[in-house]
Design a binder for this molecule. Structure first.
Ligand code: VGL
Length: 195
């Protein structure tokens, strides 16, 4: 079965020092590169998603609740929206980047699009064109964009795994809730990372 790796939102603003930092984010960036060094041949394609906000309305707030509203993050074109430097080895494997959220909140990578040869393509279509049947989802944050991306992947019919050792969450409680919800939806939650 051909399988894709989907690397979710490993951007500076979600790593230590960023405006919406997730503990362990930069370590996840480095670990994804190591995972691809060992298991790159397991994937027929590798893609990355990026939060890319121009004016996302009340998704940004000066008084955020950290559930549905957030500090300003991942402003399109800013340093905070760039992939974390430790992701560089993994990026060599990435064939397409799917940007999401220009004018609204967009937690799932399946809301993103990529541009190539004058054509705009969504993630489901892009994967389907390449006969992908299964996906591994990794990245940031387990309880928000990883959760939403994996739920959409399973909903679209991809055999979906989340590799928790290559993810980090905003809070332990919402991360546990998200993993329970993912299992319920038929996602295989792989504890730790493949050796
Ligand atoms: C994310 C909160 C707000 C994420 C994005 O990438 O998980 N979380 N926007």
């Amino acid at each position: 079965m051909s399988r894709a790796l989907i690397i979710v939102d490993v951007q500076n603003d979600f790593c230590e020092g960023g405006s919406l930092a997730v503990d362990g984010g930069s370590q996840v960036a480095a670990d994804i590169g190591e995972h691809l060094g060992r298991h790159g041949q397991d994937y027929s394609v590798v893609v990355a998603t990026a939060d890319w906000h121009v004016d996302p309305g009340d998704h940004w707030s000066s008084d955020p609740d950290y559930r549905t509203s957030w500090p300003v993050h991942c402003r399109a074109g800013s340093e905070g929206a760039q992939f974390h430097p430790s992701l560089a080895p993994a990026l060599q494997h990435v064939q397409a980047v799917f940007r999401k959220g220009e004018h609204e909140a967009a937690y799932s990578g399946f809301e993103g699009t990529t541009e190539a040869h004058g054509r705009t393509t969504g993630l489901t279509e892009w994967l389907t064109e390449r006969e992908v049947r299964g996906v591994d989802v990794v990245g940031l944050a387990t309880d928000h964009c990883v959760r939403a991306t994996a739920l959409d992947a399973a909903g679209a019919g991809f055999r979906t795994r989340v590799l928790t050792g290559l993810c980090a969450g905003v809070s332990p409680e919402t991360t546990e809730q998200a993993l329970a919800e993912l299992r319920e939806a038929g996602v295989e939650v792989v504890e730790g990372a493949p050796a």
